[in-house]
Design a protein. Sequence first.
Length: 112
Amino acid sequence: MSAVEPQYALIGRRLRVEREKRNLTQSEIASRLGLPRSGVSNIEKGKQRVLLHTFLDYASALDVLPSSLLDGTGSVLPIATLHKVATDSGQAITQAETAAILSVVQFASDGE
């Protein structure tokens, strides 16, 4: 991934803001996630794709519900934009995949 993809930049900014609100360093979060500090830095800058399980672990490390890291509507981006997110294969994800991602995040939030 050579350019910062907007959805990852948005997620990264939210993660950074919430980390800083809690006076946690990137090194502390990295230790909790089992990642190198540079990995946390890249996630927060939107330069590295954040996998769903990493996003959920990040929320847990911040002691927040995953949905609280999303915007007030319950999605990182409008669903139409999320639907256009490309997979590693270069194909756009389907509406069903989009719904699955959102339901996993919602389930993780409801389950805590």
